[in-house]
Structure formats: structure tokens, C-alpha cells
Design a protein around this ligand. Structure first.
Ligand code: ADP
Length: 266
């Protein structure tokens, strides 16, 4: 067959979003509209920063995304599951997502490695958990996850002997060990100093390089611009900007904060 006749159909690349939020609305009686018709999608392997001043609706958005707060209207699909359709859909989605909070939620008396192994709980038989008898391959996987966040040399250190930033990075490693497809991080650096904040965001960036998708709410514009691929900015429960981090006009974001009488930390 002549080369010119060899026609190869272009691959149809219909990539399923990891998260899709459509028309999300949440009101708190009597008069607060925390989310007002919020819609956006997150593609696999993206690092999306949700920016906005206090009261913009970031936490409410994360709670609706993770099944903690039921929206009044709209849909939330995470890893292809319409999480508000039924408890079963929510359970399925939860198996594939990991949550990271401002407080690190580690087991203080366990080592970094053991905390990461906790991420394997859903994947190992109960008796192994009770006896803390993880397989060699689970331990290797957990060490690999600690390596991704730059903490493999602290594997044996108790969680309560690690700094706040290090603890948050262990939480990220635990999410990786869980084989989460998406990490949802609500204000992951809110209680950290600038240097630790940068290392935590660098660890989230490393997680993305392993194929995980990250959605993280942040206060700091400069961190969002430095580490995220895309910025979704909320103000008064509405999306006021949604653009590639490298292309978003810094002044637009500054104005989001300044009009609220609050200056961004840039
Ligand atoms: P952010 O995380 O950006 O600071 P929140 O989602 O916490 O924003 O809050 C958005 C708005 O909803 C704020 O006006 C807040 O006071 C209000 N709000 C949040 N949670 C509740 C609640 N449980 N009851 C009443 N109002 C709430």
C-alpha cells in the first residue's frame, strides 16, 4: 500500500475530567449565599489552585466536593461518580480521593512511614492492619511515596517530632500510598511559615508529576502562581477568574482581594 494511502485516523482524545462541578449553589439560612452557580472541570494531571479571600466560599466548595456538605443545587462528579446521587456513588468516589486539611491529621505517636502505610489500609487485609504486618512491597511503596515528598530519610521519625511542613508532606505521601486519583487540599499551608508552605506546595507539585490531580485552596497569590497550573478565583461565592496560572493577570487577582478590604500576601 502506498504511503499516501495509509491513512491513520486521528486518535479521538476524549479525556474524562477527574472532577466536574456544574451549577453548584449553597445557601446558609437566612441570607448567606456561600456558592452561587459555580461550574468548572478539572482534567487529569492538573494542579488547580482555588484562590479567594476569607468568606469567598472555598471551604464550602471543598465540603461539597468531598460529600461533607450537600449543595442546594448543582452536581458534583468526582472520578466519574455523581457523588450526590447516592451514598454508593459517594463511597466509590471516596475510595479514589484523598483529603488534606490545614491540620495534618497524622497519628502522632506513629512514625512517618507508619502514617504513610495507613494510606494502604483500604488495600490490605484487616489482620495485617491489626498486627501492623505490612508486606515488603507495601513498605517499599510507602518509602517511594516519602521519597516523592523528599522525606525518605525521616521515615523512622515519629510524626510529632516532625515540623508542621514535614507533617503535611507525610500527609501528601499517605495520599499517594492510598493510590488516590485526586488530592483535595483545603488550605494545606494556612498554618505554615512561608518556607514550609513552599516545600509543601513543591511536594504537591511532585505528586502531580506522578500522575495525581490536585485541587488546593490557597490564600497566597504568589504560591498559586508559582506551583499551580490553573487558578480558579472565587469571590462572594462566584467564580471571578479561571485561567492558566501563567496567564492570569496578577492585578486581576489583587483586585479580588483588595475590594474586600483585604490585601493578598504576594
Ligand atoms: P472561605 O473558605 O473562602 O473562607 P467559607 O466557605 O468558609 O469561605 O464561607 C463562605 C460563606 O459562608 C461565609 O460568608 C461564611 O460565613 C458562610 N458560612 C460557611 N459555613 C457556614 C455555616 N455552617 N453556617 C452559616 N454560614 C456559613
Amino acid at each position: 500500500m502506498a504511503a499516501t494511502e495509509a491513512r491513520i485516523a486521528p486518535a479521538s482524545r476524549s479525556i474524562e475530567p477527574v472532577a466536574r462541578v456544574a451549577g453548584l449553589t449553597k445557601r446558609y439560612p437566612p441570607a448567606v449565599t456561600a456558592l452561587d452557580d459555580v461550574s468548572f472541570t478539572v482534567q487529569p494531571g492538573e494542579f488547580v489552585a482555588v484562590l479567594g479571600p476569607s468568606g469567598a466560599g472555598k471551604t464550602t466548595l471543598f465540603r461539597c466536593l468531598t460529600g461533607l456538605t450537600r449543595p442546594d443545587r448543582g452536581t458534583v462528579a468526582v472520578v466519574g461518580r455523581d457523588i450526590w446521587q447516592s451514598p454508593r456513588e459517594l463511597r466509590s468516589a471516596r475510595r479514589q480521593l484523598a483529603l488534606i486539611f490545614q491540620q495534618f491529621n497524622l497519628i502522632r505517636r506513629l512514625s512517618a512511614l507508619e502514617n504513610v502505610l495507613v494510606g494502604r489500609l483500604a488495600h490490605v487485609p484487616t489482620w495485617r492492619v491489626i498486627l501492623r504486618c505490612f508486606t515488603r512491597s507495601d513498605r517499599q511503596l510507602a518509602l517511594g511515596c516519602l521519597d516523592t515528598v523528599g522525606l525518605v530519610e525521616r521515615a523512622g521519625t515519629r510524626a510529632d517530632e516532625l515540623s508542621g511542613g514535614q507533617q503535611q508532606r507525610v500527609a501528601i505521601a499517605r495520599a499517594l500510598a492510598q493510590n488516590a486519583k485526586i488530592i483535595l487540599a483545603d488550605e494545606p499551608v494556612a498554618s505554615l511559615d512561608p518556607e514550609s508552605s513552599a516545600t509543601v506546595l513543591a511536594s504537591l507539585r511532585s505528586a502531580v508529576s506522578t500522575g495525581v490531580t490536585v485541587v488546593a485552596s490557597l490564600h497566597q497569590v504568589h504560591l498559586a502562581r508559582a506551583y499551580a497550573d490553573r487558578i480558579v478565583a472565587l469571590r462572594d461565592g462566584r467564580i471571578v477568574a479561571d485561567a492558566a496560572a501563567s496567564r492570569l493577570d496578577a492585578r486581576t487577582i489583587e483586585q479580588i482581594y483588595e475590594r474586600n478590604g483585604e490585601r493578598s500576601e504576594s
